[in-house]
Design a protein around this ligand. Structure first.
Ligand SMILES: [Zn+2]
Ligand SMILES: [Zn+2]
Length: 369
């Protein structure tokens, strides 16, 4: 049975809509009828080669849908269940999963490295049976997808698919960076560089964690205005002023207790570390290209200042525990999710969403199937 999907056929080319074949799920896999998929900056990074990947590939990794079919051995999910797609399938049994660091699960490595599922093979084919890769063990720019059962997290049936999709990447990553990766104390001053889809979630995560001052930094005034709606108490337009000296002057020349980098550029990573106070934490959330290095003077920058520089992958999230927690926060009105959606589009409009993201126009475009 063929279904529509958006395929990246070669680096730096627009996605093409094609009819593709989707297999039945194998053991410990599920087939999902996609309900919605967010368009995330990492999709653009795959398109332009910042993130290494194979082509041809079905992009998209921020999705939610309904289980259509389950493979042999799947006991915790059944057809009809609504699920969020986790792009790090978390096995629950490896060294990392058992220590509550499911985001680092070893089982997911072959999938992320190969463009296939956990056994490194793919369930999508096109053009007379040629394999099509699946981004991040998912491939949510497709009407149907097969993913590992450990990558499907059950959600309530009444949760809007658009909102659920966003939880799968941007919200888990951003809110998780604030609630899981960082150690924010009540009353802290937090700085966030980069106020796109993930950055806005870092900001609302910092608000939920009890930060008193949240300084949002971006070069785009529209994004800074949105940052205020998500909890920023002050904004700095980095196109007009030096964000490091601004943060210093806002904190009695001390620096932020916790500073987050949510872009993935060497220059903004440097600024993030510089604006972190002695004894504070610099959290690196943005995905840099492979050649970006972090250079810090070992004595003056680290030893003497007791700064912590910490990487953040997938918001340090244990998805089976954190997705229900985020749904709960949303239902209580503490987490803004509807407000993250700037446009609803069809799969055919996916390239327009990429263009909008490149020009910094929107928080999130969401494909509705
Ligand atoms: Zn993403
Ligand atoms: Zn694991």
């Amino acid at each position: 049975m063929s279904h529509k999907a958006a395929v990246l056929t070669a680096l730096d080319t627009p996605l093409e809509i094609h009819e593709i074949e989707v297999e039945s799920p194998r053991a410990n896999e599920v087939k999902i009828r996609m309900g919605a998929s967010g368009v995330c900056h990492s999709d653009v990074s795959m398109q332009n080669g910042t993130l290494m990947g194979a082509a041809p590939i079905v992009l998209g990794h921020e999705g939610a849908g309904v289980i259509e079919e389950v493979g042999e051995g799947v006991t915790n999910l059944k057809p009809g269940d609504h699920v969020v797609v986790s792009w790090v399938p978390q096995c629950g049994e490896c060294f990392f999963c058992l220590r509550g660091q499911g985001e680092l699960c070893k089982a997911a490595d072959p999938a992320l490295a190969s463009g296939g599922l956990l056994d490194s093979t793919t369930r999508f084919t096109w053009k007379d049976g040629q394999p099509l890769f699946q981004m991040a063990a998912s491939g949510t720019f497709s009407e149907y997808s097969i993913i590992p059962a450990t990558g499907a997290v059950k959600i309530p049936d009444d949760l809007d698919m658009k909102v659920a999709a966003l939880i799968g990447c941007g919200v888990l990553t951003g809110v998780g960076a604030a609630l899981n990766t960082a150690n924010i104390a009540k009353g802290d001053t937090v700085a966030v560089i980069g106020c796109g889809g993930v950055g806005l979630n870092v900001i609302q995560g910092a608000r939920i964690a009890g930060a008193e001052n949240i300084i949002a930094i971006d070069m785009n005034e529209t994004k800074l205005q949105m940052a205020k709606e998500f909890g920023a108490t002050a904004t700095v337009n980095a196109s007009q002023t030096n964000p490091v000296s601004q943060v210093m002057s806002m904190t009695e020349e001390r620096g932020a207790d916790v500073a987050f980098e949510v872009i993935g550029l060497g220059a903004t990573i440097d600024q993030t570390i510089q604006m972190t106070r002695r004894g504070g934490q610099a959290i690196l959330v943005g995905v840099p290209s492979m050649d970006v290095m972090v250079t810090v003077p070992a004595f003056l920058g680290l030893v003497l200042q007791e700064k912590t520089i910490k990487g953040c992958w997938y918001g340090s999230s244990n998805v089976q525990k954190d997705v229900p927690k985020l749904v709960d926060l949303y239902k209580k009105g503490e987490l803004k999710l509807d407000e993250l959606i700037s446009r609803e589009i069809s799969l055919d409009q996916v390239n327009e969403a990429f263009d909008a993201m490149k020009t910094g126009e929107v928080a999130r475009s969401v494909i509705v199937y």
